[in-house]
Design a protein around this ligand. Structure first.
Ligand code: AMP
Length: 194
C-alpha cells in the first residue's frame, strides 16, 4: 500500500507517519527530514534548499522531486511507502503522479490531518522549545502557515476529486489520531491483528 500524509505544519505528520509506517510495514519517507539531512551533510542540494527552508518557503519543485522520487519509487517497489510532507502543491502532485504511475507505484490513499489554526501554532511553539528547529521561530512559522494555505491546501480538493482523500481530525491525542487513520483506511486494530 502507498499512502500520502498531508497537513499543515504542526498537524503531527512526522509522528503519525512514523507510527503508521511501522504499523503497516511501509517505508516512512519524510520530505523535511530528507531535506534536513542534505543540509546537515552540506551537499550542494542541501545548500540550495537551505535558503528556502530558513525562510519557511517551499524549495523549488525540481529539487524536491529529484531528491524524493527515486526513494519513493524504490519504496513502492519494495512493499509500499508512507510519504509525509510531499507533495506540497498541485504542481508537485501532477509530476509525482506522472513519475510514480510510470513505475506502477501511485498513491492508494491520501490522509489529510486537519486541526484548527490556534492548536497548530501552540504545538509548533511547544516543539520549538524542545527541538530548536531553525524554522520554528514565530515569523517563519507565519510564513509556513501562509505557504500551506496558498500552495498545499488546494491538494485537498485535488485528491478529493480523485477519490483518494480521507480527512482525519488531528486535534486530539496522538493515539486517537493513529486509530482514526487506521479506521479510515479500513485497517483498524482488529483487522491488523487478524
Ligand atoms: P517539514 O519538516 O515537512 O515541515 O519541512 C520543512 C521545510 O522543508 C519546509 O518548510 C520546506 O521549506 C521544505 N519542504 C519540505 N517538503 C517540501 C516539499 N514537498 N516541497 C518543497 N519544500 C519542502
Amino acid at each position: 500500500m502507498n499512502v500520502l500524509l498531508i497537513g499543515p505544519p504542526g498537524s503531527g505528520k512526522g509522528t503519525q507517519g512514523e507510527r503508521l509506517a511501522q504499523r503497516l510495514g511501509l517505508r516512512h519517507i519524510a520530505a523535511g527530514d530528507l531535506l534536513r539531512a542534505e543540509v546537515a551533510a552540506g551537499s550542494s542540494l542541501g545548500r540550495e534548499a537551505r535558503q528556502y527552508m530558513d525562510r519557511g518557503e517551499l524549495v523549488p519543485d525540481e529539487l524536491i522531486i529529484d531528491l524524493l522520487m527515486p526513494v519513493v519509487i524504490k519504496a513502492g517497489q519494495d512493499g509500499g511507502y508512507l510519504l509525509d510532507g510531499f507533495p506540497r502543491s498541485v504542481a508537485q502532485a501532477y509530476e509525482a503522479r506522472r513519475l510514480a504511475q510510470q513505475e506502477g507505484v501511485g498513491a492508494d490513499a491520501v490522509i489529510y490531518l486537519d486541526a484548527p489554526r490556534d492548536e497548530l501554532v501552540e504545538r509548533i511553539l511547544a516543539r520549538a522549545k524542545v527541538e530548536g528547529r531553525a524554522d520554528d521561530t514565530p515569523d517563519v512559522v507565519r510564513t509556513r502557515l501562509a505557504v500551506f494555505d496558498e500552495a498545499t491546501a488546494p491538494l485537498v480538493d485535488y485528491y478529493r476529486g480523485r477519490g483518494l482523500l480521507h480527512v482525519v481530525n488531528a486535534a486530539r491525542p496522538a493515539d486517537e489520531v493513529t486509530a482514526g487513520i487506521l479506521s479510515v483506511l479500513g485497517l483498524d486494530d482488529d483487522a491488523i491483528d487478524a
